[in-house]
Design a protein around this ligand. Structure first.
Ligand code: MCA
Ligand code: AMP
Length: 497
């Protein structure tokens, strides 16, 4: 019996599982390393019984070893954002009540004080690879497997807990819907503390027995070169990355750009998600590469829920239909199900894919469900059989570069600044990022605030992408129909109040 519901990474699969900086790692080697790591984690224990083990690692052999090793030892994986500021890490580690943190030696100096203060053991993968493989516990599918932090409208990010069964459901529906096979190869450059990178790319590929090319970070030039060389069959990214790829191609000689475009055209699938794919972007990508983007809709709490078809029409500006096994209901303001087309409602979701709970937060968990349906906070409408996402019910959620950010969390941090009397953080429409983080600030009298000084002050408190890029004192900014402030020409400028 497999110790976890996740297949034993295709024992007997002689194919390549991972490519890390040009080095190919086979499924056999990976499997053995995971078992050794799980054994090292267990030590003298037989089952880690949902102990929380965090890891601060980029996409790497070590990351995969820890994620699966933690699962096999019966603990909960808590993957951390490697771009987090220390104050953010402090929140994740204390909220999850993490006992052990795995990071590469070069990051130990950065994390040492925090771990000491929180009583967390700071470890390296190499120190936990046991020589002998211990008997691994059999893990029931309903046990907790992973905790991923997500921003909500409330102040601090919440830990979304999924079980082994949730993860299995989220993966297997995509394997079928998008026709994954062991012949596939995919680049992985998305951050690995979010479901998009963890489930859609890494876990689907490993479950299928396919090949994953690991990038420590997004690198348009290298991705383009590999795509042109025919290295990949599947490509998955957020809209901002498609914008950045197009910008990169625009800067090349036409013949070179065409060669890369042909490389993308030869792939069997290009997927976009995590944020709305604007119709012009869909069209530009098609013109450049011949690829008709498959747009889908998902969320940390539910994995993927709605997808355009793999076979059949992929409609620009729409996310398609519910995935097999996922129940979708649009709820009107009175909570009743909307049955006719053209009437907007909030997306509610049911299915084996839906998460178990927000960690240590029964109130938030309870409030996010109604009659067993998970309330996503996203509005949608069905038109000619296809769902169209209309936006969030709360303007306090900003989606920037595919990252979900809480305006209130950013306001909370900035309000500690002695020169800020009042602040409103808002999403500002942006061609590259979808939305950029904007802040409207009322300064305390006599203070001399500049965007640069504020940015510097935020270091260590907020990840770089949460730092307001556009700061301005003003009375009123125009809003669009969705309630979003849309003033594209706002400059990083601070005017006297
Ligand atoms: C980075 N920068 C930004 C943003 N991000 N500026 C404004 N808005 C942003 N969102 C700035 C940095 O501060 C820096 O500025 C400069 O851009 C370069 O930063 P860097 O991090 O190097 O940018 P990048 O490497 O070009 O990264 C862009 C990226 C990244 C690759 C698009 O944001 C990314 O990987 N996004 C994907 C997020 C994701 O996977 N989300 C999935 C969650 P300066 O130079 O001034 O410091 S959603 C999900 O999982 C659900 C389930 C779903 O549906 O998928
Ligand atoms: P996260 O909570 O970080 O997992 O992000 C999930 C959110 O991203 C959803 O609740 C939506 O608001 C948004 N989202 C994901 N996919 C799409 C899409 N294709 N179009 C519009 N919004 C999307």
């Amino acid at each position: 019996m497999h110790p976890t519901p996740f297949p034993h990474l295709r024992e007997g699969n002689s194919r390549i599982a991972l490519v890390e900086q040009g080095r190919a790692i086979g499924y056999g080697e990976l499997n053995g390393r995971i078992d050794r790591f799980a054994s090292g984690l267990l030590g003298t224990r037989q089952d880690l019984e949902e102990e929380r083990i965090a890891f601060f690692l980029p996409a790497s052999l070590d990351y995969v070893t820890v994620m699966h090793g933690v699962w096999r030892a019966g603990a909960i994986s808590v993957p951390l954002n490697v771009a987090s500021a220390l104050a953010e890490l402090d929140h994740y580690l204390s909220c999850a009540r993490v006992t052990r943190l795995v990071a590469s030696a070069e990051n130990h100096p950065l994390l040492r004080d925090l771990c000491d203060r929180l009583g967390i053991e700071l470890l390296e993968v190499s120190g936990l690879l046991a020589d002998e493989i211990a008997p691994l516990p059999a893990i029931a599918p309903e046990r907790r497997a992973m905790m991923v932090f997500t921003s909500g409208t409330t102040n601090k990010p919440k830990g979304v807990v999924t079980t082994h069964a949730n993860i299995a459901a989220q993966i297997t529906t995509l394997l079928d819907a998008w026709a994954w096979s062991e012949d596939d190869a995919i680049p992985l450059f998305l951050p690995l503390h979010h479901v998009h990178g963890i489930i859609n790319v890494l876990s689907c590929a490993l479950w299928a027995g396919a090949k994953v090319d690991l990038f420590p970070k997004f690198d348009a030039g290298r991705i383009a070169a590999e795509a042109a060389a025919g290295a990949y069959s599947v490509f998955m990214a957020v809209p901002t990355i498609y914008v950045k790829m197009l910008q990169y191609l625009d800067g090349l000689e036409p013949a070179e750009a065409r060669r890369i475009g042909d490389g993308f055209e030869a792939m069997r699938l290009n997927v976009s998600g995590s944020a709305a794919c604007p119709v012009p972007l869909f069209e530009q990508w098609k013109a450049r590469t011949g690829q008709v983007l498959l747009e889908r809709y998902g969320m940390t709490e539910i994995g993927m829920a709605i997808s355009n078809p793999y076979h059949g029409e992929r409609r620009a500006g729409y996310v398609g239909q519910p995935l097999p096994g996922v129940q979708v209901m649009l709820a009107g303001e009175d909570g009743a199900a909307i049955t006719e087309e053209g009437v907007p409602g909030e997306i509610h979701i049911k299915g084996a894919n839906v998460f178990l709970e927000y960690w240590d937060n029964p109130k938030a968990t309870q409030e996010s469900f109604v009659d067993g349906w998970f309330r996503t906070g996203d509005m949608a409408v069905v038109e000619n059989g296809y769902y169209r996402i209309m936006g969030r019910t709360s303007i306090d959620i900003i989606k920037s570069g595919g990252y979900k950010l809480s305006a209130l969390e950013i306001e909370g941090v900035l309000l500690d600044h002695p020169g800020i009397a009042e602040i409103a953080v808002i999403g500002v429409a942006d061609d590259v990022w979808g939305e950029a983080v904007g802040a409207v600030i009322v300064a305390r009298e006599g203070t001399d605030l500049t965007p640069e000084a504020l940015k510097e002050w935020c270091e260590g408190k907020l990840s770089a992408y949460k730092i307001p890029k556009r700061i301005r004192f003003t009375q009123a900014l125009p809003r669009n129909a969705m309630g979003k402030v849309t003033k594209p020409d706002l400059k990083p400028l601070l005017l006297a109040g």
